[in-house]
Design a protein around this ligand. Structure first.
Ligand code: NAD
Length: 307
């Protein structure tokens, strides 16, 4: 199993580390415009393999991604002070277009996981530029946001996040929404869970507060440490594991739906996105989801001359 990572900044290097710890790859290739940094990361990670699994880890050129089973994209420019999200979108779309052309050239049979933001728009760019089948181009979408929601509900309700089934869907951004009407804890609809709960007098029953905390997580973390990297690294590794082990786990990646890429529940197996799962949304949630789609469409409109 060969995995290549394009962009070895904070997210790319953390994803590589999480993949080494998960011992799922036989070879990891790191590519970054900053070659020295990619080489340093490769050397450091090689030493970590001693405790997990023998594997090849090396920095390389685009030609070294040849034969990859999975290529992970995390390369991109960060938002500069005073720069709008739209400016960043145009700048990153140009970067991602170049990367997608190289993936198409050197690794035409690979699956691609795109992390670079705005992830829904950039995943669409990758899909269009490579011309790959949409199941082979997966954005991380709202997998991280869903993980944050499950973690906060778990903390609030005194249960493991693994026993919480609740999704954030839509744009990985301000227009995302929590699909509360399908949320469950241990198989019990979340709104009825309090009846069984010994902590009900102490807990935060205002679910919208939990959602606001989820939505603002990235802003909060970035204001304190400059970037988010561990959550997305674990989310990416979970996605990779479901692909490599052909497990059919359900996550909320960014997938092709109504001719855009957007975060939605999907089954992930060896071929990438096997199918999406239609969850029940109430009228308010449906309206919010549609509005989230419109926002992604507006961003796509702004870069259509590049595609
Ligand atoms: P970073 O600045 O630390 O790293 C970006 C790397 O990309 C740098 O090392 C840079 O040299 C490299 N790069 C830039 N242009 C390149 C090119 N053309 N080819 C190869 N490498 C190139 O940034 P980061 O914190 O690692 O974040 C990376 C991306 O991941 C950002 O777009 C960020 O918003 C996104 N992100 C997404 C999620 C998510 O849930 N989807 C979560 C966290 C971060």
């Amino acid at each position: 199993m060969k995995i290549s990572i394009i962009g070895t900044g904070r997210v790319g290097s953390s994803a590589a580390f999480a993949l080494v710890n998960a011992a799922v790859a036989d070879e990891i290739v790191l590519y970054d415009l900053n070659k020295e940094m990619a080489e340093g990361e490769a050397l450091d990670l090689l030493h970590a393999t001693t405790f997990h699994k023998r594997m090849i880890i090396r920095a390389g050129e685009y030609s070294d991604i040849e034969g990859s089973d999975i290529v992970i994209i995390t390369a991109g420019a960060a938002q500069k002070p005073g720069e709008t999200r739209l400016d960043l979108t145009i700048k990153n779309a140009k970067i991602i277009k170049g990367i997608a052309e190289n993936i198409k050239k050197y690794a035409p049979n690979t699956l691609i996981i795109n992390i670079t933001n705005p992830v829904d728009v950039m995943s669409y760019v990758v899909w269009k530029v490579t011309g790959f089948e949409s199941n082979r181009v997966i954005g991380t979408g709202t997998i991280l946001d869903t993980a944050r929601l499950r973690a906060l509900i778990g903390k609030n309700c005194g249960v493991s996040p693994m026993s919480v089934h609740a999704y954030i869907i839509g744009e990985h951004g301000d227009s995302e929404l929590a699909a509360w009407s399908s949320a469950m804890i241990g198989g019990v609809p979340i709104k009825g869970f309090c009846r069984n709960c010994p902590y009900k007098d102490k807990c935060n029953k205002d679910l919208s507060k939990i959602f606001e905390d989820v939505k603002n997580s990235a802003y909060t973390i970035i204001s304190k440490k400059g970037a988010t990297n561990y959550g997305i690294a674990s989310a990416t590794t979970a996605l990779v594991e479901s692909i490599i082990k052909n497990e059919g786990r359900v996550y909320t990646p960014s997938v092709l739906l109504d001719d855009i890429y957007i975060g939605y529940p999907a089954v992930i197996n060896k071929d990438g996105v096997e199918r999406t799962i239609d969850i029940t949304l109430n009228d308010e949630e449906t309206e919010k989801f549609e509005s989230s789609k419109s926002i992604i469409k507006e961003y796509l409109e702004s870069i259509k001359n590049l595609l």
